[in-house]
Design a protein around this ligand. Structure first.
Ligand code: HSE
Length: 423
């Protein structure tokens, strides 16, 4: 295999994992590592501190470097650095989902112009091989559906809420103490991280550029212990699901939100920080890939895998791996959440009066919503009742209209939650 000289930008958990795994490959030489703080002590035996620089331009402009590994994350300064690296004809391996989701088109066009590769297996679901399989061995398929758990932090929090009847705040605090959730957890708990990943996955699966700004996104911060309990009683688990589907008219439905997932469903059984991706395509049928979506070693598996692919392809060809080149000329026609069809879970707080269930039924009926289950969960101290409704498949805009109407009725105090359901 060709000897490669690499520079690494970012030396946190993933960068350190990549460094350690690369010690097993004597055809790869690490020339430089760009870090924020060159004086920080690194937990690596016999580490050569001369490799470190706090100026990443020393990597992207270095004529001795063939491949830039970018594991720093975020858009700035990664975007500018990678543009320089590409213009300098360096191949790129990156784990940066935000950068690719927001600026993928620009980077991939530049890469095409400069005849270099950008590989990014680690950007989606850490250690699970999904990008390269879609772009190579699955390319005979028309993929029409993806449903996935792509964020380990939120899956960990939801799992603990379910196992120990914890509130969201307590489960988040525990996840932070154990290092699963960051001090500022927004990127994970508000669904941004999962949205970046499904934008990338849907783009390569459906062969159409998916716009991150048109992805409907809802996080897990409004899920209550009561929602988890009610879901369990009804035979469901609550999961943050990233999904994408091609509809019969060719339009694309891509979104991230929590869902009640029937407990017999494979995704309902994915617990703690594990990720899982279900794909449906023709002719392959249904596929499920499950594994670690984060962590130093699983992510390094994907980064180093990409690097070794580049090393072996460069040895055999000047025009390597055509399938790995991302070139989506068609733009996805993405639908709005209001036009989607789902089954729904509605948690309603109503006054404890005769006829309340009738009011809910009438409003649902008027808005074309067929109720499949309705459950009253006792009476609260303030003489209000908790009522949970599960609907048959309904249009989101009808549901939203019905909720507005419910809030105008005297007996309905509050809509505690609205979640979509997957059976
Ligand atoms: N923070 C992510 C997660 C991993 O919790 O899955 C990196 O994308």
């Amino acid at each position: 295999m060709k000897n490669l000289k690499v520079g690494i930008i970012g030396f946190g958990t993933v960068g350190t994992g990549v460094y350690k795994v690369l010690q097993n490959f004597n055809n790869i030489e690490i020339v430089k590592i760009a870090v924020k703080n060159i004086n920080k002590k690194r937990d690596i035996e016999n580490f050569n501190y001369n490799l470190l620089t706090d100026n990443a331009e020393e990597i992207v402009n270095n004529p001795n470097i063939d491949v830039v590994i970018e594991v720093a994350g975020g858009v700035n300064p990664a975007l500018d650095l990678l543009k320089i690296a590409i213009k300098n004809k360096k191949h790129i391996v990156t784990a940066n989902k935000e950068l690719l989701a927001k600026h993928g088109s620009e980077l991939f066009s530049l890469a095409k112009e400069n005849k270099i590769l950008i590989l990014y297996e680690a950007a989606v679901a850490g250690g699970i091989p999904i990008i390269m399989p879609i772009k190579t061995i699955l390319c005979a398929n028309k993929i029409t559906k993806i449903a996935a758990i792509l964020n380990g932090t939120t899956n960990y929090i939801l799992t603990k809420m379910g196992e120990k009847d914890l509130s969201y705040d307590v489960a988040l605090k525990q996840a932070q103490e154990l290092g699963y959730a960051e001090t500022d957890p927004t990127g994970d708990v508000e669904g941004f991280d999962a949205a970046y990943k499904i934008a990338i996955l849907a783009t390569i699966s459906f062969n159409k550029k998916v716009d991150i700004n048109k992805i409907y996104r809802e996080g897990i911060t409004k899920i209550t212990a009561q929602d988890i309990k009610s879901a369990k009683e009804l035979g469901y688990r609550i999961k943050l699901i990233a999904m994408g589907q091609v509809l019969s008219d060719g339009k694309i439905d891509v979104r991230v939100h929590p869902m009640l997932v029937a407990k017999k469903h494979l995704l309902a059984k994915i617990n703690n920080a594990t990720n899982s991706i279900m794909l449906s395509g023709y002719p392959v049928g249904d596929l499920v890939l499950t594994g670690a979506g984060a962590g130093a070693e699983p992510t390094a598996s994907s980064v180093v895998g990409d690097l070794l692919v580049i090393a072996s392809e460069l040895e055999s060809s000047n025009n390597p791996l055509p399938q790995a080149i991302c070139n989506h000329s068609q733009i996805a026609n993405q639908i709005n959440i209001g036009d989607t069809f789902n089954e729904y879970y509605i948690a309603i707080n109503a006054s404890n009066n005769p006829g309340v269930i009738g009011v809910i039924g009438t409003i649902c009926g008027k808005n074309n919503i067929n109720i499949s289950t309705i459950m009253q969960k006792g009476i609260n101290e303030d003489n209000t009742a908790e009522i949970v409704v599960i609907t048959e498949v309904s249009k989101e805009s009808d549901i939203q209209n019905a909720l507005k109407e419910m809030l105008h009725s005297d007996c309905i105090k509050k809509i505690d939650n609205l979640l979509r359901v997957m059976n």
